[in-house]
Design a protein around this ligand. Structure first.
Ligand code: IMP
Length: 178
């Protein structure tokens, strides 16, 4: 069923049960890949807050979880190159195996920026897990993007943590702009 958020109309794209199933698969893969160490998961707020919570519940190896905040959209529907930076977390990642958890990789600018900043702290390894990827929108190839939930078209999406003008984050399904 279509839904309206502010001035825009959206239609369902990925249902909650499909999200649930795919996140379980990602969790299993991450458990297997990181069983040799105690990884540090860095959740990128705000858009990934539901994804982080659901993914972390699937992780059954010892791990540390911390958060950072970055934003490049400023309430619109196209990616702004300007990145608002709010990197601040207590875990020392030097020599650690790090997995960044993102809601969506669109142009790739945010992931690239974060990776470059975190690499300066000399982690042992660093990878990215993103729930969504828009391959047609990518401007920078992200070699570290190891886990992707769903590849989607170059549409603007909301729901399951993702917002339009700060609204729609509470929707259980993911919707795309009509
Ligand atoms: P990028 O830097 O262009 O890859 O964009 C990354 C950030 O932009 C994401 O973490 C989101 O916060 C936001 N973003 C990108 N695409 C969408 C979308 O379709 N809906 C809502 N937010 C988006």
């Amino acid at each position: 069923m279509k839904t309206k958020i502010a001035d825009l109309e959206f239609e369902p794209l990925i249902k909650a049960d499909a999200l649930d199933k795919r996140i379980k698969e990602l969790g299993q893969q991450i458990n297997a890949d990181y069983q040799h160490c105690i990884p540090v998961f860095i959740g990128v707020l705000n858009g990934s807050f539901l994804f982080i919570a659901d993914l972390i519940k699937q992780i059954d190896i010892p791990c540390e979880i911390t958060f950072t905040k970055l934003a490049s959209y400023y309430g619109g529907t196209t990616s702004s190159l300007k990145i608002r930076d709010d990197i601040d977390f207590s875990v020392d990642i030097t020599g650690r195996e790090v997995l960044i958890i993102e809601d969506i990789v669109d142009t790739g600018n945010t992931a690239h920026y974060l990776l470059e900043k975190l690499k300066l702290k000399q982690p042992l390894s660093i990878r990215v897990c993103s729930l969504l990827l828009k391959p047609a929108a990518l401007l920078t190839k992200i070699e570290e993007l190891k886990y992707v939930g769903f590849e989607i078209e170059k549409d603007f999406v909301v729901g399951y943590g993702l917002d339009y003008k700060e609204m729609g984050r509470n929707l259980k399904d993911i919707y795309r702009k009509v």
